[in-house]
Design a protein around this ligand. Structure first.
Ligand SMILES: Cc1ncc(COP(=O)(O)O)c(C=O)c1O
Length: 387
């Protein structure tokens, strides 16, 4: 298969063949020759770090998102840490994060020296509960031990969080918003792309993400060019533009030239892949809506469909039935972060009723651009057979 092969010809109605949860092999087959060319170019020029691919990628990602600047970094975790260091966050600063997210969000806050304050999530959108966010901010102010500084909404499974409401709260309390868009890159809210929905946005290019490298990588987005220069310094040990003097504390958070080259080729087919994901999500919806509650929609937003996740009271029975049919699924976030050993000291007050319910009910079905409609039907047949 060559890179000229259109994705549409890869999605037939054929229901045969093993179903993959995500299919990086089919994607690689489409663009293998382009990727080889990119990697060979890096071998030829030898600038393994800070080669021309990095600037090319950062410019292409700015164009894709509409952000004023983009800074490529070594991972989605590094991007969160770099942005918090750039904001001068540290001891005594409170950062509000949802309790249902990947542990990296909480780790990053603690590694930056700040304190996570956990917020409940909504059972319809799976994202940060804005009413609970306001309660948690008031609680921190009343207790008087921490300074509220930042909100990190996480766009869980690909759906952008409720940025308009979060922006109102951020303005009221003078807080910075950093979107953790590790799962939603490619999504939109209104006409604005993920990457430009908050003053700072962070994403991950982990191989399994919607736009993934062949190793670790991530990026930060800002609407303020000066901020980008600070992040470039932090990702290079905090040095000045000539890389001589240390002008701030930093570390090695660089995105290498080979990963940048891979990402450039994947970005070229990403819009088409996003359309295919949306088409597959719509097919799942039509079949499953007969009996089940659908993953939340927000009429203002387009999900990137990084994952197709349902909250099902009979989740364990569905998982068992899929296993019997040799269909892969994934169960993410079986425990809210505030209950975990590493973070329970920061649990604070609160019921976290939404998070508890979702942790017991989440199940993610196969989702990738190269599924066939026949395969989606097979998944739905099994899910519906036990619902
Ligand atoms: C919500 C969220 N935040 C942060 C990260 C961290 O990204 P990375 O694995 O690239 O460090 C991930 C990745 O898995 C994630 O899903």
């Amino acid at each position: 298969m060559t890179n000229q092969t259109k994705a549409s010809s890869l999605t037939s109605t054929d229901g045969d063949g093993p179903i993959q949860f995500m299919d990086l092999k089919a994607q690689q087959a489409r663009i293998r020759d382009k990727i080889e060319e990119r990697l060979l170019k890096v071998l030829d020029h030898g600038a393994y770090i800070n080669g021309p691919e990095l600037g090319e990628l950062e410019a292409a990602l700015c164009e894709f998102t509409g952000a004023a600047d983009c800074v490529g970094v070594a991972s989605g975790t590094d991007s969160l840490i770099i942005a918090m260091l750039g904001e001068g966050l540290g001891a005594g600063d409170a950062v509000f994060i949802p309790t249902i997210t990947y542990n990296a969000t909480a780790n990053a806050v603690l590694l930056a020296g700040a304190t996570p304050v956990f917020v409940d999530v909504r059972t319809d959108t799976f994202n940060m509960d804005v009413a609970d966010l306001a309660t948690k901010i008031e609680g921190v102010l009343e207790t008087g031990k921490l300074r509220p500084r930042m909100i990190i909404p996480v766009d869980l499974f690909g759906l952008p969080a409720d940025y308009p409401s979060i922006q109102k709260i951020a303005k009221q309390y003078n807080l910075t918003i950093m979107a953790d868009a590790a799962q939603s890159f490619g999504g939109k809210q209104g006409d604005t792309s993920v990457g430009a929905l908050a003053e700072i946005s962070s994403t991950s290019f982990f191989p399994g993400k919607g736009l993934g490298a062949y190793g670790d990588a991530g990026a930060l987005f800002t609407m303020d060019k000066e901020q980008g220069e600070i992040w470039r310094s932090i990702r290079w040990h905090g040095t000045d533009a000539q890389r001589k003097e240390s002008v701030r504390v930093g570390f090695n958070g660089r995105l290498d030239s080979m990963q940048a080259g891979v990402l450039l080729e994947k970005l070229a087919i990403f819009p088409e892949e996003l359309e295919l994901r949306a088409k597959h999500a719509a097919q799942y919806d039509v079949r499953l809506a007969e009996k089940l509650a659908m993953p939340a929609r927000d009429p203002r937003s387009q999900s990137s469909w990084g994952y197709y996740t349902l909250a099902l009271p009979n989740r364990d029975a569905v998982q068992a039935a899929l296993k019997d049919a040799s269909i892969p699924c994934a169960i993410y976030y079986t425990q809210p972060l505030h209950e975990m050993e590493a973070f329970k000291a920061y649990a604070g007050e609160g019921e976290f009723a939404g998070a508890k319910k979702l942790a017991a009910e989440f199940i993610s079905l196969p989702m990738h651009p190269y599924l066939t409609s026949g395969q989606i039907d097979r998944v739905c047949d099994v899910v519906l057979s036990v619902s």
